[in-house]
Design a protein around this ligand. Structure first.
Ligand code: PMP
Length: 359
């Protein structure tokens, strides 16, 4: 029989699959607009696509990810030994949990943040302490106050999903100064690349000063490789070594590794994605304003807005072939999260939302 904590876990619920909705409502696949999982509406960088095709030569071999770790180390100006590769960044979050948590230990996370922190924590048998949010974002003072002698991990998402809130770097640094050295602080920067350059600070530079800091990032968002599953952590060499010990061998496949290297190199695609997101965000904000809805200002590639009847509105959006994300599991039953899409997709969403509100 499995331990009680395993049975207490509610599985992760992804955005509704396009194929399932198309079948449910009897519409062709192409007519479905999926804005539910913060994917890149531009798709994949042409350079990454070419790299995947090329990497098919050699697919009979087990993955060799040395080059990807080397490319990341060079891109981030850190040592190769500081990189931990993951099957998506979810995987490296899980590795951090497995290295530092077990029964009798605890982790601290904020309310209204990414649910995988809770899953990764509970799976180890550790307890998860959830602190109340402040203006839908992390309350670092409350998180600091919640630390217990048995706390070994703090989870911080910056920008946060699903609220899009952003913590000033000075506040995070002050937080790091106040946390005991035996507590690993994981800063999940899945949406880091969407920050405007003047807001972005290179947190990996702080690892020398704070060897308990783990920064995680992903190729799933701005790089458009969500389906290939590749993410990474940057940590002090000793921490990265521990994470690599518990990592499954070959957790990043050949195609993903090749695509990630090429994507990292395609700055034009990243800039284009960034710009599309900036314009799309303005478009959706303007549309929400016109509909008289409130939203939480977001630094990600998505926006979370308030509707009294979120469940009903979500159903009426689905019937029109538009998939957004209900936030019931995030204790936000009166909010929906929409990913910024292509201009026409955003338009479809806003028109469908208008219908959904009026019917
Ligand atoms: N962290 C945050 C905050 C996220 O929103 C996501 C994706 N929803 C992830 C991590 C995981 O992404 P992936 O496993 O695709 O890298």
């Amino acid at each position: 029989q499995s331990p009680a904590w395993i049975r207490s876990i509610s599985p992760y619920v992804p955005g509704k699959p396009v194929t399932e909705l198309a079948r449910d409502i009897g519409l062709p696949l192409e007519s479905i607009v999926k804005l539910a999982s913060n994917e890149n509406p531009l798709g994949i960088s042409p350079k990454a696509r070419a790299a995947v095709e090329k990497a098919m030569n050699g697919i009979e071999r087990y993955p060799d990810t040395f080059d990807l770790a080397a490319a990341l180390a060079s891109h981030l100006r850190v040592r190769h030994e500081q990189i931990v590769l993951g099957n998506g960044s979810n995987d490296v979050l899980d590795l951090a949990a497995r290295v530092f948590l077990t029964t009798g230990r605890s982790a601290v996370m904020a309310q209204h943040t990414f649910v995988v922190y809770l899953l990764a924590t509970v799976m180890t048998g550790a307890e998860c302490i959830v602190t109340p949010a402040k203006n839908y974002g992390h309350d670092l003072a409350a998180m600091r106050a919640a630390l217990r002698p048995d706390t070994r991990v703090v989870w911080i998402a910056n920008p946060n999903n699903p609220t899009g809130t952003f913590l000033p770097y000075d506040d995070i640094k002050a937080f790091l100064r106040g946390v005991p050295a035996d507590v690993a602080v994981v800063i999940d920067e899945a949406y880091n690349e969407y920050l405007p350059p003047d807001l972005r600070v290179d947190t990996v530079r702080w690892i020398d000063e704070f060897p308990n800091l783990i920064v995680t990032r992903t190729f799933s968002k701005v790089y458009g490789l969500a389906g290939l599953r590749v993410g990474y952590a940057v940590a002090a060499p000793e921490v990265a070594d521990l994470m690599n010990r518990v990592r499954q061998p070959f957790n990043v496949n050949n195609l993903a590794a090749a695509a990630a290297i090429a994507a990292l190199d395609d700055k034009a695609f990243v800039d284009q994605s960034h710009e599309l997101n900036r314009r799309g965000m303005r478009q959706i904000e303007a549309g929400l304003k016109e509909l008289g809805l409130e939203w939480i200002p977001s630094r990600g590639n998505f926006i979370t807005f308030r509707v009294a009847d979120a469940a009903g509105v979500n159903q009426r959006l689905l019937r029109q072939g538009v998939i957004v994300r209900p936030l019931v599991g995030y204790e936000m039953p009166q909010h929906l999260r929409v990913t910024i899409g292509l201009e026409q997709e955003n338009e479809r969403f806003l028109a469908a939302l208008k219908n959904a509100l009026n019917s």
